[in-house]
Design a protein around this ligand. Structure first.
Ligand code: ZN
Length: 296
């Protein structure tokens, strides 16, 4: 009920602040990104030529995000809006409708090969495969060039240099996984956010719940996780940065396997933190996974 009411309120604000946007030369491109990982990718491509506003801030929970009236103002000032898609940003379609923003909305996951989770729903967490992120970056460049053709060569050059860093990262992850013995390649996590990682790099993640916002943990899944940890068919358990860690603590206690640290799945850390960029996030995760698993 509260949700419906707050949307009516958003709509009033939206009509009040509605102003068409124009991209003018010399002024940074105004980009709104739905969440922090996309903001970083956009920054790598746009550098000082873009000004990025993020809807769900660092360490926020995208799956359960409640839009604020100020989000409508952000959308109405945008030249361009970037989102992940695959129903990751459940809150966004209605927010966009409420804002009536004229800015183009770009779905960065367009063109990737999607995976389904254990509940037969499309898994939106495609950025955990670096090869998908190469496509995200390409989609960002195309969108920036479309809206702001004057700076297109700059965006392309930035993307080329970032592309090389991503290729390097992809290799590092493959190397790191290779160093983990095959019988230690299953870990327990909170929600199913790492299937694309699994698909590309070969570690198996047993999640207590599915990949969508409405996913719930079943007693059977909890018991299964505990059993796998006790029997050694799963070798480690990790908390996740934005998630309440109570369930993970419970599984850890009952299995007697200590939590090996906190992985970042859906959000960057604070600027001063260990996952302040997409590349830092992936490096942080792989460092923790290696620490916990890469010994006989
Ligand atoms: Zn998630």
């Amino acid at each position: 009920m509260y949700f419906i009411k707050s949307f009516r309120y958003l709509f009033v604000i939206a009509s009040f602040y509605f102003l068409p946007t124009q991209v003018s030369l010399g002024k940074p491109l105004q980009v709104v990104a739905s969440f922090s990982i996309i903001s970083d990718l956009a920054k790598q491509v746009g550098k000082e030529h873009v000004e990025i506003t993020t809807l769900v801030n660092r360490e926020g929970d995208v799956h359960h995000y409640e839009p604020k009236p100020t989000d409508v103002i952000k959308l109405n000032k945008a030249d361009l809006i970037l989102m992940n898609g695959l129903q990751f940003e459940d809150f966004l379609p209605r927010l966009l409708a409420a804002s009536e923003t004229p800015a183009p909305v770009i779905t960065l996951s367009d063109g990737i090969k999607t995976l389904s989770d254990s509940n037969q729903q499309v898994d939106p967490h495609a950025w955990h495969s670096v090869s998908n992120v190469l496509l995200y970056v390409e989609n960002i460049v195309n969108a920036f060039c479309e809206v702001n053709p004057d700076n297109c060569p700059i965006y392309q050059a930035n993307a080329t240099s970032y592309h090389q860093q991503l290729i390097q990262l992809d290799k590092e992850i493959q190397q790191a996984v290779k160093a983990i013995p095959t019988h230690k390649r299953t870990v327990v996590i909170r929600h199913q956010a790492f299937q694309y990682f699994e698909d590309r790099y070969g570690l198996h993640f047993f999640a207590l719940e599915g990949s969508a916002a409405q996913a719930e943990t079943s007693a059977r899944r909890l018991a299964n996780a505990i059993k796998q940890l006790q029997q050694g068919s799963a070798s480690a358990i990790f908390a996740e940065s934005f998630h309440d860690s109570r369930l993970i603590t419970q599984v850890s206690k009952e299995s007697g396997v200590v939590v090996s640290g906190t992985l970042y799945s859906d959000t960057l850390s604070r600027e001063s933190g260990e996952a302040q960029s997409y590349i830092a996030l992936m490096k942080h995760n792989i460092r923790l996974l290696k620490q916990a698993l890469a010994h006989p």
